[in-house]
Design a protein around this ligand. Structure first.
Ligand code: PLP
Length: 426
């Protein structure tokens, strides 16, 4: 009988000296020790059913993709390609032109010799799009989140953060030396209590995702801004799952909820709705952006965003500033998918957002159902711990403007079959 990972790990922990003093050369024994520890840890992940396999796509990103090992075109319902701009011809062309004119990359960070007019133009465009004073680019929004809090706040200040904020915010908060308060997810009473506690600190910054990526729920920004006024605090939002399509002009949850002039700092990504290549940014008051350029470590110590990536994002923003037609088509598709699935007996998290988590609970069930969906030509992914809390595994379906009505109906039909097979619906 094979030993489970848990048993192996426990045995290993009882014998911490194993691998040493066995006559092995020192370097080899250290590697053997590492391999044994990691092997047991990996086995634990497999045992828990939370192992993440990566499927290999052999085509462009889009509603219809090819996946290695699967025959024919697969319908993709798990990209953050909300507006279908990742493969938009004008976005691709703009990337090609930027590559041609500005080269593959800068071989430099921004402040040494890594700033091109292309980067300055995109920063100005982002600030204009969000109606903020200035913007600063990063290699990713993960970096923007990792770099902002430490740069802005000191031990005299306080961060008040939603408990379900994205991992990158959690890491950014960890790096920061300000006093930290965590309020219950979207719980305004708890936020107010924490704000009262935090009154003794100099600057108070409320930190929340605009849309929470695992549940598709929208932060109550109006009420958060009311509290920020009452307690003289600043508001920061992460708009990765909102920029480009939430609100009447796609500006984000702050536009949707009528608080664009009350949210002080916005971080977001170029890697989802805005062309999907890569990159992130902070936009907000000029003094904030000026300080980030001087102090933010992922900005100061990491390479400039490559010109083709900048070219793609810049065109995506042009398209969205010219017209909101693409974003508008999505709302009715989201409504249709959610209503069909709910009518069939599935529990769908969030409200009115293209992130539609099909709640299942069990990690193995989520992964087996996702596998069965792929057999039916639908690419969806099961999410389990540590990406979501234990016992809250789900399949996260993401609707894109590029899905046709027929695509959505095929996805619903496959869910009906697979849900029935696994006893999730009658
Ligand atoms: N913030 C949120 C809410 C996200 O969902 C993500 C990406 O998954 C990020 C930040 C990181 O964005 P990026 O991919 O640009 O690093």
């Amino acid at each position: 009988m094979l030993l489970s990972g848990r048993v192996l790990l426990a045995a290993w922990r009882r014998r911490p000296g194993l691998g040493l003093g066995l006559g092995l050369p020192r370097a080899r024994s250290a590697l053997a020790q590492l391999n044994a520890v990691l092997g047991a840890e990996l086995e634990l992940i497999r045992d828990a059913g939370t192992w993440k396999n990566e499927r290999i796509i052999t085509s462009r990103q889009g509603a219809h993709i090819n996946v290695q090992g699967s025959e024919g075109a697969i319908l993709n319902f798990c990209a953050n390609n909300y507006l279908g701009l990742s493969s938009h011809p004008a976005v691709i062309q703009s990337g090609i032109e930027a590559l041609d004119q500005y080269g593959a990359g800068l071989s430099s960070v921004r402040f040494i010799c890594g700033t091109q007019n292309l980067h300055k133009n995109l920063e100005a465009k982002i600030a204009k799009f969000h109606q903020r004073e200035d913007a600063i680019l990063y290699a990713s929004c993960f970096d923007a989140n990792a770099g902002i809090f430490e740069a802005l706040l000191t031990p005299e200040d306080a961060l008040i953060s939603d408990e379900l904020n994205h991992a990158s915010i959690i890491d950014g908060v960890r790096l920061c030396k300000a006093n930290k308060y965590r309020y219950k997810h979207m719980d305004l009473a708890d936020l107010e209590a924490k704000l009262q506690e935090a009154q003794k600190h100099r600057i108070r910054l409320i930190v929340t995702d605009g849309v929470f990526s695992m549940d598709g729920d929208v932060a109550p920004l109006k009420e958060i801004c009311d509290l920020s006024d009452k307690y003289h605090a600043l508001v920061f939002i992460d708009e990765c799952h909102a920029t480009g399509f939430m609100g009447p002009n796609g500006r984000g949850t702050d536009e949707l909820l009528g608080v664009m002039d009350r949210v002080h700092i916005v971080n977001s990504t170029l890697g989802k709705a805005l062309g999907g290549a890569a990159g992130g940014y902070t936009t907000g008051p000029k003094a904030v952006v000026d300080l980030l350029r001087q102090r933010s470590r992922p900005y100061l110590f990491s390479n400039t965003l490559p010109p083709p990536v900048v070219g793609c994002a810049s065109k995506a923003l042009d398209l969205l500033m010219d017209s909101n037609d693409i974003a508008r088509t999505m709302a009715s598709k989201v409504k249709w998918f959610r209503s069909q699935m709910t009518a069939a007996g599935f529990s769908i998290g969030g409200m009115d957002h293209p992130i539609c988590p099909v709640m299942l609970g069990d990690a193995r069930l989520a992964s087996a159902m996702a596998e069965d969906m792929l057999q039916r030509g639908i690419y969806v992914i099961g999410f389990s711990f540590p990406v979501v809390p234990k016992g809250k595994a789900r399949i996260r379906v993401q609707i894109s403007a590029s899905h046709s009505e027929q695509d959505i109906n095929r996805c619903v039909q496959a869910f009906l079959e697979v849900g029935h097979k696994h006893g999730v619906i009658p």
